[in-house]
Design a protein around this ligand. Structure first.
Ligand SMILES: [Zn+2]
Length: 103
């Protein structure tokens, strides 16, 4: 039989660690509704960016979604820097808002 041993729902996250916030670089934390978890989500401790709700108290999906976005955001930021270096987009382009800042 392949029975999973479920650990405590609280405390340290086993497995994948949460990456820093892709928007502000702050730490993030996993959160559940209480006392009977129906949803969980990952939220930035700084700017409060979050993954939205994931069904169930199991955090693996929410953590994966958070980290995936962090990776995508990092990749995106690198592309923006290269486009600026080549003069293809203005220096004042803000990757967070997708707006060109006007002084
Ligand atoms: Zn943040």
């Amino acid at each position: 039989m392949d029975q999973k041993t479920e650990g405590s729902a609280t405390g340290a996250i086993s497995g994948e660690a949460l990456k820093p916030c892709p928007f502000c670089g702050s730490g993030a934390e996993i959160t559940r509704d209480d006392p009977a978890p129906i949803f969980c989500w990952v939220q930035c401790k700084g700017c409060k960016a979050n993954t939205g709700f994931f069904d169930g108290p199991e955090e693996a999906e929410a953590v994966a979604a958070w980290n995936r976005r962090s990776d995508e955001r990092t990749e995106f930021a690198e592309i923006i820097v290269r486009l600026k270096q080549r003069g293809l987009i203005p220096e004042t382009f803000d990757a967070a808002t997708l707006e060109v800042a006007h002084a």
